[in-house]
Design a protein around this ligand. Structure first.
Ligand SMILES: [Ca+2]
Ligand SMILES: [Ca+2]
Length: 365
């Protein structure tokens, strides 16, 4: 609920009639013109609010208090809520009278008083910044003191958990052994469905990373990471790409990276708006360096290979006659001089490894 006159109201306008046996839980309520949550008749000669449970809600900066009881409330339980107030307004306010059995416990208060909730005491009050994410996304961030700080609420009269089984995001309501304060159970698993992630070399000696998501909830960005030796686990960030955030349709992402030659490893760090993250599987790509080359230098003919390899050398005469055939052992990036004692003339040199084969016609002087 956002920007309403009253966010949630539990009221009866008829004298002697009750709003009764209602549980209000797992709501984000913010910016109400009156109070974010209200209960009771609007005048002493109006109806009653009876047996009301207000638990695990997160309210934010209503104009006239986060929770207000008007007239004729009885047996009201207020627990495990975050009341993020506005300066000058008590968090909990009594606007009328004849309110009895008001049980307030273990709520987290911030934004107004740091010593009192207002009209009712809270023996387990906590006064701290709940570190919710930017309004209207009122989720907890990873460092929130609300995490695992809720009271166990037990079961309702029907034997079902009073907290409900799911939080406002339809995530498991009690995670990590304890319920949070407020409507959001901090997600222990990320809600991004990564459909595929690939890293492939293109024809320019670069790597194209591409991935897709089938569903995103609360996602913030992807960070692509690169390393050259997974055993060191020293990853460097190569880019941040904003993600769709909230999506149920296919989203595609791509990024090009041009690493040094050799094997490169890539992974994705997916970060959500709460600062939580997870890593994708790791992909490996080999980037080949310069091609195998036959070179003519001042010292004669030689071979330069990007990789250590056994190669076959064949030299043909200009007339196509095979003059030399031999195996040679090439070391990566080390010039290998050929001393084949050729006379003046034009020759065709052919060098082949398992990976590639090159030719060069050279005139010897
Ligand atoms: Ca928890
Ligand atoms: Ca949640």
């Amino acid at each position: 609920m956002y920007n309403c006159d009253i966010g949630i109201e539990l009221a009866s306008e008829h004298a002697g009639k009750n709003t009764q046996d209602i549980t209000v839980r797992n709501n984000f309520v913010s910016g109400s013109y009156q109070a974010n949550i209200m209960a009771g008749g609007y005048a002493s000669n109006r109806g009653n609010a009876v047996n009301i449970v207000i638990v695990n809600n997160t309210t934010y900066q209503a104009s006239q208090g986060e929770l207000a009881l008007q007239f004729n409330c009885s047996n009201i339980t207020i627990k495990n809520n975050i009341f993020y107030g506005i300066a000058g307004q008590d968090y909990l306010q009594e606007w009328g009278n004849n309110n009895t059995g008001i049980a307030v416990s273990n709520n987290l208060y911030f934004g107004q008083s740091t010593t009192s909730p207002g009209s009712w005491a809270d023996a387990r009050a906590r006064y701290a910044n709940p570190r919710i994410t930017a309004n209207p996304h009122m989720h907890l961030s990873a460092t929130s003191l609300a995490i695992d700080a809720g009271l166990a609420l037990g079961n309702d009269g029907s034997g079902n958990p009073l907290s409900g089984s799911l939080d406002i995001d339809k995530e498991v309501r009690v995670s990590n052994g304890a319920i949070e304060i407020g409507a959001d159970e901090f997600a222990s698993t990320l809600l991004v469905e990564l459909i595929n992630f690939s890293a492939t070399a293109d024809d320019k000696h670069c790597v194209v990373l591409s991935w897709q998501t089938g569903m995103e909830f609360n996602s913030d960005y992807f960070e692509a990471q690169h390393c050259t030796d997974v055993t060191t686990n020293q990853w460097e960030s190569i880019t941040h790409i904003p993600s769709a955030g909230f999506s149920t349709t296919l989203q595609s992402y791509t990024h090009q990276h041009c690493p040094a030659t050799g094997i490169s490893y890539y992974r994705l760090k997916q970060v959500d708006r709460d600062g939580q993250f997870s890593f994708s599987a790791i992909r490996a790509v080999q980037i080949r360096g310069n091609e195998l080359q036959i070179l003519l230098t001042n010292e004669g003919v030689g071979i330069l290979s990007p990789e250590t390899a056994t190669a076959s050398l064949i030299i043909y005469s200009e007339l196509g006659q095979e003059l030399v055939q031999q195996q040679i052992q090439l070391n990566a990036n080390i010039y290998y001089p050929l001393s084949v004692g050729l006379k003046h003339g034009v020759y065709l040199f052919m060098v082949s490894t398992l990976e590639e084969r090159v030719w060069k016609k050279i005139g010897m002087k």
